[in-house]
Design a protein around this ligand. Sequence first.
Ligand code: SF4
Ligand code: FES
Length: 254
Amino acid sequence: MSETTFAEEQSSTEVSSSKTVTLRIAKFNPDHDSGQQFVDFKVPYERWTTVLDAVLDVKKHLDHSVAVRYSCRQASCGSCGMKINGRPRLACFTKISELNSDVVTVEPMNNYPIIRDLVVKLDQMFENHKKVQPFLLREDSEITGPTKEFNQTPEQLEEYIQFANCIKCGLCNSACPTMATDSSFLGPQALGQAYRYVADNRDKGKNSRLKIIDDSHGIWRCHFAGSCSQVCPKGVDPAMGIQFLRGYLLGFRK
Ligand code: SF4
Ligand code: FES
C-alpha cells in the first residue's frame, strides 16, 4: 500500500471538510419586477466563511447581477446589514457555520425602501440621525478654537461610551416593531445617539436635544420591545438609552 504524502493528506482533508449550503437570495429590481423572488444557489463553505463571502461567491461565479452593499468586511463600516434567516445581521460578521442550517436565506432589511436585491435605502435613518444633533454642542469657543483638552474621568466616559460604538448599520431600526408601523418615528438608532451626546459631560446641548425628541414620534413612541438592543452587532443598547432619555424629561435624571 502506497504511503500518502503530507501534501496529499492536506488536500484530501481540505476537500472532505468543504461543505455546501443553499444560499437563498431575495432578488428584486423595483424598476422591472412586480415582486420579490427567491433564487437558490449551492455554495461551498468552510468554518470561517461568512454570509457576505457566500453572497460574493455567488456574485463572482453564478449570478453577477446580485446587488449587495459592503465595504470593510470587518463589522466596522455598517454597510452590509441584511436579513439573514429572518434576523437583521451584518453579513460580514455572520458565519454560515454558526447558523446551523442547510439553507441560508438572505433578504433586504425590513423597514427600509429596497433599492435592489439586498440593498436598502438608509437616507431616512441618516436624516433622523442628523435631527438629534449628533455632535458636541457648546456656546463657548472650545469647539471652534479649543484652548485645552476636554478631560473626562473614566466614570464620565462610562456614561456614554457604548453608544459611541454605533456604526450606523441600521439593524436596530430594521428590528423595531414601532418603525414598522410609524414611518415618522425617529427610531432607536437616532434616539441612541441623542442619548450618547446628552450623556456626554462635554456637551451643553441637552435641552435643545431633549426638545427635539420630546415628541409623539420621538421617545414616547417607543413601546420598549427591546429588539433593537438584541440585534445590535456592536453591543449598543438603544432601548436603555431611550429609557434614560425619558428619565431626563420626567426629572429622574439630571
Ligand atoms: S445602535 Fe447598533 S444596530 Fe443600531 S445602527 Fe448603531 S450599531 Fe447598528
Ligand atoms: S462590510 Fe462593513 S460592516 Fe460588513
